[in-house]
Design a protein around this ligand. Structure first.
Ligand SMILES: *Cc1c(COP(=O)(O)O)cnc(C)c1O
Length: 324
C-alpha cells in the first residue's frame, strides 16, 4: 500500500502500546488530531475551550475549526506549562474541555488540572515519552494528540495521531478521517496517514528511547556547564521525566540579542514559540504577564538526537562567551 494500509495499523498498535492506551488513530497531522478530538467531544459554537497562550497556532486553529470560543490561560514561569491558577480564572459554565499542551518535553500539572472536573485533552506533540508520576503523558486525559511533523520527537515529515481509551472517540476519529466507502453521508475529512509515513513512524518509535536518552545527556551537559551564569536553566522536576524537546535558558533581558550573537557563530538559537496566542488575538500582555515575560526572555538551544557532544561543547563555549 502507498496510502493507509497495514503499516498504519502497525504504527497505531505500537503507539497505543507505548503510551499504555487502548486505541491510537493515525492521522495526517497534529492539527487534524486536535480537530477530530474536539469534534468527537461534540465541541460546537457556543462552547468554550481553555488552553495556554504559550503554544503554536495549530491549537488555536483546531478550536476555531469547531466554531467554539477560545479562552487562554497564562503559564508557569519555571516549566512554561499551563498555570492551574490561571485556568481556574478562565473556566466558566460553558467550558467543555481544557487542551493541555505538555511544553518542551515536560508534563503539565495533571493532578492540579484534573481537580476542575472538566475533560482534559492532552497535547503531546512536544513531549512523547515524557512521564508524570511514572506514567506516560497521553494516558491521563480523555484523549491525547501527537504530531509527527519533521521537527517533533517522532518525525514522519508530516503526520499525527489521536490516542484514547474511549471507544466512541476512537470509532468517531476512525470514521471521520476517511470519506470513502461509507453507507451513509456525514461531513468527513481526508485526514489519513499513509504507509510510507507510517513506515518511518514505526522506526522512529523504536528509536525513541535512545533519542530521549541522548537528549537527556546533552541537557545534562548544558545543566552542568551553564549553571554558574546566573540564568534560569531547563527545569529538572521531581516525579516528571523531561525528554528535552527543547532546552530553554532564560535571563532577565530580551533574548533577541543573545539569539543574534549565537547565530553569528552558526548556532541556531531560537524563541521556542513563534508568538503567543494572546498577541495574535490582540489581548493585552498585562492579562498574560508570565507568557509575555517568558516570550521576551527565553532562548532555546540546539538539542536533538544527532547533536554530537563536541558540538554541544562548542555551543556551551559560545553561550558562555555571549552571556559573560
Ligand atoms: C506541532 C504542534 C501541533 C500541530 O501539529 P501539526 O502536525 O503541525 O499539525 C499542535 N500542538 C503542539 C503543542 C505542537 O507543537
Amino acid at each position: 500500500m502507498l496510502a493507509q494500509g497495514r503499516r498504519v495499523e502497525k504504527l497505531e498498535l505500537d503507539l497505543a502500546g507505548f503510551i499504555g492506551a487502548r486505541f491510537a488513530v493515525a492521522l495526517n497531522s497534529g492539527t487534524s488530531a486536535l480537530h477530530l478530538a474536539l469534534l468527537a467531544l461534540k465541541i460546537k459554537p457556543g462552547d468554550e475551550v481553555v488552553t495556554s497562550s504559550y503554544v503554536c497556532t495549530g491549537v488555536l486553529n483546531a478550536i476555531n475549526y469547531t466554531g467554539a470560543k477560545v479562552k487562554l490561560a497564562d503559564i508557569n514561569p519555571d516549566d512554561f506549562n499551563i498555570s492551574v491558577d490561571s485556568v481556574k480564572r478562565a473556566i466558566s459554565r460553558k467550558t467543555k474541555v481544557i487542551i493541555v499542551p505538555h511544553m518542551f518535553g515536560l508534563a503539565a500539572d495533571m493532578d492540579g488540572l484534573r481537580k476542575f472536573g472538566i475533560p482534559l485533552l492532552e497535547d503531546c506533540a512536544l513531549s512523547v515519552g515524557a512521564t508524570y508520576k511514572g506514567r506516560q503523558v497521553g494516558s491521563f486525559g480523555c484523549a491525547a494528540v501527537f504530531s509527527f511533523y519533521a521537527t517533533k520527537m517522532l518525525a514522519t515529515a508530516e503526520g499525527g495521531a489521536l490516542v484514547t481509551n474511549n471507544r466512541e472517540i476512537n470509532s468517531f476519529a476512525r470514521d471521520r478521517r476517511d470519506y470513502d466507502n461509507k453507507d451513509s453521508y456525514e461531513v468527513r475529512f481526508n485526514y489519513k496517514l499513509n504507509d510510507i509515513q507510517a513506515a518511518m513512524g514505526i522506526q522512529q518509535l523504536k528509536g525513541l528511547r535512545s533519542f530521549i536518552s541522548h537528549r537527556q545527556k546533552i541537557a545534562a551537559m548544558y545543566n552542568n556547564s551553564l549553571s554558574d551564569l546566573g540564568i534560569r536553566l531547563a527545569l529538572t522536576a521531581a516525579k516528571r521525566t523531561h525528554v528535552y524537546f527543547r532546552y530553554c535558558i532564560r535571563g532577565r533581558d530580551s533574548s533577541d540579542n543573545i539569539i543574534k550573537k549565537l547565530r553569528a557563530f552558526g548556532i541556531e538559537a531560537k524563541k521556542p514559540v513563534f508568538k503567543p496566542l494572546h498577541n495574535y488575538l490582540g489581548l493585552s500582555d498585562k492579562e498574560y504577564p508570565v507568557t509575555a515575560q517568558v516570550y521576551k526572555t527565553v532562548v532555546s538551544l540546539p538539542i536533538y538526537p544527532l547533536l554530537k557532544e563536541a558540538q554541544a561543547r562548542f555551543i556551551i563555549d559560545k553561550v558562555r562567551s555571549v552571556l559573560k
